[in-house]
Design a protein around this ligand. Sequence first.
Ligand code: CU
Length: 259
Amino acid sequence: MKCVNVDEFRSSFYHVDPRIYGYTTAKFYGFGFDGDASTSASSVDGVNFRFPPNPPFIDPLRYHLATCPGVGCDHNKLDCCSCTSVTHIVLDRVVEFAFVNRVASDSRFGSPHPIHMHGHSFYVVKVGYPSYDENGKFAGPNDDIECIVQSTKSSCSKFITIESEVDGKKTVIQRLQWRKSHSQNVTIAEFNKNNAPIRKDTVIVPFGGYVVVRFISDNEGLWFLHCHIEPHQLQGMAAVISELKPYILTTTDEEMYSL
Ligand SMILES: [Cu+2]
């Protein structure tokens, strides 16, 4: 038997939307176990997802303006990082997500995460694996991605993106990004028009590795993104993607319900 990675599979070009080859930049999501310890550590960017009391689409404004940190959570400042977290994408764009399986360099604890997204199927652009020793055992997380603290440019205490609200303005405190020494942009460099990637709606993100996916944001809605290992999901490894037209975000409740 020969083992074939999912990013080695090819589609027929007939089935590939050519818009996905356009320039874009990655939005990183860190899946791991460093969330709020008072509930469970299972989290996305350090936030334990909490299920909303009603379907978000009947009250999208509430989720658009949620006080919950959309990306990351500063555990030094907030008592609780459990909430219905929402991140935003703009309609009609090439969207690139980098799903990162967050593992400390000395850790042997964790698992691969089958990440599933509602509302879209995505093209699998690249899979990054951790390093392995000569016995095929985990030897350290993948080196392509780093985490830096914006103010000091030093590395993060936790391998996650953190945004904070300062005077009503969202500010990135620390973030995941491509390691500059590795490549200016790993996916652009390796993703070209000779490459017809396959399309999936669930992809395994290897322990200590990452997966880059692309899709066109042409399906308006609020979409669930989550690990499909059910205990991970129920304990908080999930987020909502908000993909809404601007008019929905500026109308009053009354106007909105009459749409
Ligand atoms: Cu998982």
